[in-house]
Write a protein that binds this ligand. Sequence first.
Ligand code: NAX
Length: 332
Amino acid sequence: MSEPIRVVVTGAAGQIAYSILYMIAKGDVFGPNQPLILHLLDIPLMMGVLEGVVMELADCALPLLVSVVPTDDPAVAFKDVSAAFLVGAMPRKQGMERKDLLAANVTIFKVQGEALDKYARKDVKVLVVGNPANTNALVCSQYAPSIPKENFTAMTRLDQNRAQSQIAAKVGVPVANVSNIIIWGNHSSTQFPDASNAKVVVNGKEVPAPSAVQDDAWLRTYFVETVQKRGAAVIAARKMSSAMSAAKAACDHVRDWFQGTAPGRFVSMGVLSDGSYGTPKDVIFSFPVSISNGKWQIVQGLSVDDFAKERLAITGKELEEERSEAFAVVNA
Ligand code: NAX
């Protein structure tokens, strides 16, 4: 067994954390031979609830979990961590405008960026789940100048997983038979789920997704809208937002980041845009990436037709607007 690594989960008393902590602590992310020390951050008001979560983690009797550090202090939470799952954020309350939510949350991510800069390992890998995830990740990285910008990413893996399962259901194959789906842009309703470069294994043979689906109109309308609106559909049914699937997606994202993608395969991650595919630079934009040795690279040379280009422009514009709003708040 190797030395334990420290991993922080913020929003640790919340509903996504309730699923994610178990998944991380049993080895789903860092593998079955990597012991862990889990740091759990939440706000002072939630320390009582967090105590219950700590009790339950102990009662799971997980062999990889060396110890647990519950805290409301970012200095303790981010100390020497190798990975950070930034889940905690303020939820949208009734009557709250999108702008108010953005203002409240970017301030949280400014504080956490500063704490990461000061206390975390310099090679820490940071995943932002809390919304608006892309813009929060950008703010966080700006306030952690001693940590490389490529170490800050935002989660669009839940959207990717949702898209993968929609294609699998349409073709009538297991979800594992579908790969290389792309989520472009923002984790919001402007995201563009794109199956045009995806692959599906049908009767033992890998074929392009569009020829397996055989329904271009479905791929451009129903598929895109179903993925874009899936979060709202879950809320309508469950009366609470996606939690188990969000936790699983966060684990998939960080596992692939640490362990790499298979040859010829890519996954979607919100990463700092270098302008690839005509997107705006210096926003956190979801791209197809391949990963090896803990480093992601934007996959180049994929076909992007006019329909896709239009959608990339819409979601890119939204990210530029969010960036202006966010920095107006943190610089005020
Ligand atoms: P919950 O409201 O259940 O939990 C959030 C937790 O964060 C609470 O315990 C709260 O006290 C804590 N928190 C608030 N401010 C904090 C701070 N400054 N430091 C540490 N903890 C803090 O929400 P949950 O359902 O767990 O969702 C968490 C976030 O994930 C939300 O912002 C949500 O919008 C976002 N999501 C993002 C997704 C994505 O794909 N990127 C999908 C799922 C989810 O909707």
